[in-house]
Design a protein around this ligand. Sequence first.
Ligand code: HDD
Length: 750
Amino acid sequence: RNPAEAVRNVVEAAAEKVTDALTPQVPGAPGSAPPTLDEPTTPHEPLPPKPEQGAPQTRTPTGAETGAPATANGQQGTFLTTAQGARLRDTDHSLKAGPRGPVLLQDHHLREKITHFDHERIPERVVHARGAGAHGEFTAYGTAEAVTRAGFLKKGRTTEVFVRFSTVLGSRGSADTVRDTRGFATKFYTDEGTFDLVGNNMPVFFIQDAIKFPDIIHAGKPHPDREIPQAQSAHDTFWDFVSLHTEAQHHTMWNMSDRGIPRSYRTMEGFGVHTFRLVNAAGETVLAKFHWKPKLGVHSLVWEEAQLLGGMDPDFHRRDLYDAIEAGAFPEWELGLQVFPDTPEETFAGIDLLDPTKIVPEELAPVQPVGKLTLNRTPTNFFAETEQVAFHVGHLPPGIDVTNDPLLQGRLFSYVDTQLTRLGGPNFAQIPINRPHAAVNDMLRDGFHQQAVHAGVAPYRPNSLDGGNPFPAGADDDAFVDVPVQVAQAPKMRANPASFDDHFSQARLFWLSMSPVEREHIIRAYTFELGKCYHQAIKERQLQCLANIDPVLCAQVATGLGLPAPEPTVPVADVEPSPALSQVGRQWPADGRMVGIVVDPEVDLDSVRAVREAVFAADMVPLLIAPHGGTIGDLPAQRSFATGRSVELDALLLASAPAPAPDAMPARDAKAGAASSTAVDPRVLLMVEECWRHAKAIGAWGSGVTVLEQVGVADTPGVVTGDSASDVLTAVQQLMADHRVWHRFPTSVA
Ligand code: HDD
């Protein structure tokens, strides 16, 4: 890629068509006498482009690409230097008056080192502060060409991307597995300019108008007096807000469902949420919603797992993403479009497409796949890439435009504005991760952290001094065109359309679309979260909202809270469920799933070796869990009983019945109430108990079967035993296609 050549090509192409575009800008109206000034009317040889704004020319390869460990060297040269390049002999001792004397103010190296360190942190994002990113590529199927002229969606076109996943409420150091919405922001470095699809893992939002964004976030963030709770919605201000702003009820229902605690970033759906307007080559428009569909299917944690992981591995999602990519198990999603006619009403099947609290069920408008995203490279430096990446919903390529959704309209302001504080000025597009891969030739100048050394004297146009450059692109130059949508002739007002007043019907639609076990999880989530509130009035107000959504849901949560269930205050909506919203009842691929195998030194190594190979062959990850680290025979023990815990597993296999190791805590004898020694290490018993409680497939052979007997779960659903290790694995694999042994969960609702 040569930015200079790219710019020259663009300008030369523009030269052929530029006359029409330029005419109105030349002094004198069309048809009047030709201009007398010596102004260029066709482009001259362009000025040198701004190299610092070109796409990064080099990057450090990672282990996944080269087979070698990721860049071992943090530094480029041999000798340590100051920031000014002077070689240093010592960076470990301050300059002092004698070995015991005070430090001298003249120690310029000390001051440089400490000053730089003092300023290493930048403000964390005001929302979505905790995140993890990865590089990848997007390849288009060509199926969107009829509805959009966006070049990156043309058949076979491959575009580099950077994706950042995030939680919303927590600070940078908070845990990954909290109950929250997840961000799913994608930067497509397209040839026609960067496209940012700044979405979430839920298709709806809390509010309908961006002016309320500071309010919902103030309510969701920790209480201003003590700054607790961290990364939680289980507190009074959150529930105060959502029960008073009933438009939030649909999104809140998604949060309380299993979608609020994803198993992995790799198993999350993503949504652009808003309706966008697409324009094709002929200038025809449609309205559309963007969807990401994970190849591995949608899969969530259960609440107890999420809580345990918060303590055991707060980086669980981040680690999972990096491990998968480094192992070559590249996460994949399909990008899909729901397409609607662009009618003056901007509705579809009676649903207001400008209301971001509403979905259009897939049964009414199928999601049509238009391309595939593969994440194949981890960041080289977290700060430089993941922390400094700046997304903006207004970064749009030709062929994709916004609608009047009032939430989207406000976002168009917020995302540039926030970077001014966060990244320290208006030149954040020049930071390597944010540089477009399309040629940049703007007239923006100066400002904090300006990287470019601009040549030329005329960053304005028209001009007669810099060869007239830059010239506007003509009609056939693939420029961005603002769709000339008719703007309503209407009085100014602060008001919503009447259709925005329906706050409960789609929350009910979601509830009715869930399987019994998913409903049970929703009931328990509401009960937990409201149970954490101190104010009775808030619990009662939220119960009223639930009564308006569904009486069964309301009654169950009310029982859990020990409160009476109120009667609905509005008629409970008559809606059709959307089965596509449920995660249960479908079969999913097992790629990348984690299979724990408990072993000890007595184990039949041949059977374990064969099972391990079979797990690998099925594109899953076998994890040997042993009494100690190191090896068992010739096999590596990836986890010991001290470091392994059930919650990182998708299925558990027991190849042995390990005796208690010396570092095991004593188990309690249930009958005697005193410490008792069991035949099996208590941590293995706990692992089995937890896997069973969390509805994971469990298999055992050989002496492993006795562990099941000891826990009392042998011969229960989803627990497989047999003489042949490979038969057990096959049966476990079949169970894993359902993600969990769902019917093991008790359900109180039909
Ligand atoms: Fe936002 C960050 C997603 C509404 C203002 N938002 C941010 C990120 C995601 C979203 C994924 C993290 C980007 C990253 O990884 O850097 N936001 C959404 C979605 C919304 C939404 C899907 C509704 C459909 N956001 C929204 C509104 C406003 C903002 C209505 C303000 C009026 N969002 C921001 C922000 C952030 C942000 C304050 C914080 C950091 C940043 O932008 O770069 O400007």
